[in-house]
Design a protein around this ligand. Structure first.
Ligand code: IP8
Length: 259
């Protein structure tokens, strides 16, 4: 089993609300088709679909006012819209993909997933179907509701299904020593150990400037996966054939997280 998480910044145009990058989605779906059939679970992020709506209504902060209620539903619906584009494309090109809504079977506690029944997802994979999940607005036992990130979901699925590999498809080549867009001598870290990661976390403040957009959160989240013995790979999904090669287990430029 492999788990593939595609970042929202890869599949949507970040600065244009509710706009998918149809060209890149099609190419990535073609790459999945070339690697198909294989036991795979797919998760995608929100990009310009879920995030602006969730932010507008403060969904990630939990329930504070009745005015948020339509926002909770709208956040989910924005993600359904993006998910539909992806699932439709996969079906069109011949991959039997099926949309699985996280908010319909996952409840969080303080924004962390509580153990839930994975039977449906598991049985879909066994049947040769590709379950496509996504970051979603979900009910939360303590805060009323929360935003479940695609990263947390992908990590959790990888651990629970004892996946062999978790692939994060992002819009940079992997984890860098500092922000390559600002620091020209920034180096790609090809292998990042948990110990090294702890060092980065201690540096704390500088990380937000040193590590490219949301990368630290992603790798910190992925810690549980590495500890469970799952290989975690961070690769650039914007580059053609990178996801295809990663799915096939062929060598590819990127960062591998190791124990
Ligand atoms: O883009 C969050 O998923 P992410 C999705 O993986 C929503 O953080 C609903 C904002």
């Amino acid at each position: 089993m492999q788990v593939l998480k595609l970042g929202g910044s890869v599949i949507t145009l970040k600065d244009e609300p509710m706009t998918a990058d149809h060209e890149i989605i099609r190419r990535l779906c073609e790459e999945i088709r070339l690697a198909w059939p294989m036991p795979l679970i797919m998760v995608h992020g929100g990009g310009s679909f879920g995030h602006p709506v969730a932010e507008k209504y403060g969904i990630a902060k939990g329930f504070t006012s009745e005015r948020q209620i339509p926002g909770f539903a709208r956040t989910h619906q924005a993600m359904v819209a993006l998910n539909t584009i992806i699932v439709d494309t996969l079906l069109e090109i011949g991959v039997p993909a099926l949309s699985v809504a996280p908010s319909s079977f996952i409840i969080t506690r303080d924004a962390r997933i509580e153990s839930v029944d994975l039977e449906v997802v598991g049985r879909l994979v066994v049947r040769g179907i590709l379950p496509v999940l996504y970051g979603d607005s979900v009910l939360d036992r303590t805060t009323g509701f929360s935003i479940l990130s695609g990263d947390q979901l992908a990590v959790w699925l990888a651990v629970e299904t004892c996946a062999s590999r978790l692939i994060f498809g992002v819009d940079v080549d992997g984890v860098y020593t500092s922000n390559p867009k600002i620091v020209p001598e920034a180096r790609l870290i090809e292998q990042l150990s948990l110990e090294k990661l702890d060092g980065y976390v201690k540096i704390g403040k500088s990380l937000t400037t040193d590590v490219t957009g949301g990368m630290l959160g992603k790798i910190d989240e992925a810690r549980a996966t590495v500890e469970a013995g799952v290989e975690v790979q961070i690769v650039n999904a914007k580059r053609p054939d990178v996801i295809l090669k990663a799915l096939r287990g062929e060598p590819v430029k990127g960062t591998i997280l190791i124990r």
